[in-house]
Design a protein around this ligand. Structure first.
Ligand SMILES: [Fe+2]
Length: 355
């Protein structure tokens, strides 16, 4: 299996993973042979990449930490929750905390994993997938920072709900491809408090920490964030975790109006914000666990050889196991040979064909 850009997908290729719609429904089922008509439809839906069967990479597994069933259920619950809040100003918190708990239990069951992109589809409405991805990354980070399981469940719930305040913001502003005007940015800046106010509503039981995650997730350690300009310890540790994963998801995820950035760029942005934008301790743990290369991605090595990433370990997520495909002069390796970059420090990855 490998993940390739939609522009490189040709009719006749076989889909290797279900493609989910914004409410978690299956748009296209795994195993289907793609036709020109399907590809046209997917382009219209702004789908950027697909998982494709490829015999050359048959043994390369692109990890999917969360089962499709849980992903679908989470997207459906989030979608219903947003509609309920929008229409009736109320929602079923139990459904959200139950799915947060299921997400955590599924992720905690995994023996040891690095923080990797999970490939959850983002199409017409990226807020839902953004919230789900944030819940996954924040769970993995909180686990690495040794929070307890009940705490991680609360954190995951807060991550799922952190952007609820955005339902009050005009979609045109949220999806605007150009730079926001000062007035528009002012409106965006209201979403943390709107979210807090929606969540602390007395009609349902919700942990105040969850509500505060919504209010504080755009604060920065040095006090330059919004809405209140809180500093350092004034920001809850739950929110300090979410600040990191929220930015990571925002820059690595696809948006209708721009391409996703490379993982190395996301790494650099987080690293340069350690101690100013982001909590230094949590940020360093995040970077140490963050995979820069994903299985199935083609890379060029410092030796000039072409290779493909086979797997990424938690102990050295930035030094993956790769399969050499061709020599620097383009001659193919026959048969291809696997090398572990963690055991070959003299060889590095110089570029990737990141999706
Ligand atoms: Fe936000």
């Amino acid at each position: 299996m490998r993940q390739i850009r939609l522009t490189k997908v040709r009719p006749g290729m076989k889909l290797a993973r279900n493609l989910l719609g914004r409410k978690g429904q299956v748009l296209l089922a795994s195993g289907i042979t793609l036709t020109k008509e399907y590809l046209d439809k997917l382009r219209a839906l702004h789908v950027k990449s697909l998982f494709i069967h490829d015999a050359r990479y048959a043994d390369i597994k692109i990890p999917e930490y969360l089962s499709q069933e849980t992903q679908q259920r989470a997207l459906a619950i989030l979608s219903t929750t947003m509609e309920q809040i929008y229409d009736k100003k109320t929602f079923a918190i139990d459904a959200v905390s139950d799915i947060a708990s299921d997400i955590v239990e599924e992720l905690i069951l995994q023996p040891s994993i690095s923080i990797q992109l999970t490939g959850i589809a983002t199409h017409d409405d990226y807020t839902l997938a953004h919230s789900l991805n944030c819940a996954i990354y924040t769970t993995l980070l909180a686990r690495s920072c040794n929070f307890t399981v009940p705490q991680i469940k609360e954190i995951a719930c807060g991550a799922l709900l952190h952007d609820v305040g955005k339902i009050k913001v005009d979609k045109g502003i949220i999806n605007k491809p150009d730079r926001l005007t000062e007035k528009e940015f002012g409106i965006i800046k209201e979403h943390p408090l709107s979210g807090f106010n929606l969540l602390v509503n007395k009609r349902w039981e919700i942990s105040s920490l969850v509500a505060h995650m919504a209010w504080q997730h755009h604060e920065k350690i040095d006090g330059t964030g919004y809405p209140r300009g809180l500093q350092g310890e004034e920001i809850l540790n739950y929110a300090r975790l979410l600040t990191i994963t929220d930015v990571y998801e925002a820059i690595t995820g696809h948006r209708p109006y721009r391409e996703a950035m490379k993982l190395q760029e996301a790494y650099n942005i987080i690293q340069s914000g350690l101690g100013t934008t982001f909590d230094e301790h949590f940020g360093k743990i995040f970077l140490s666990k963050m995979a820069l290369y994903l299985p199935g991605v083609e890379v060029t090595l410092s030796t000039g050889e072409q290779a493909v990433v086979v797997s990424v370990s938690e102990t050295s997520p930035q030094k993956p196991l790769v399969r050499l495909l061709s020599y620097a002069d383009g001659t193919p390796y026959i048969p291809p040979r696997d090398i572990n970059l963690a055991e070959n420090p003299q060889i590095s990855i110089v570029s990737t064909s990141h999706i």
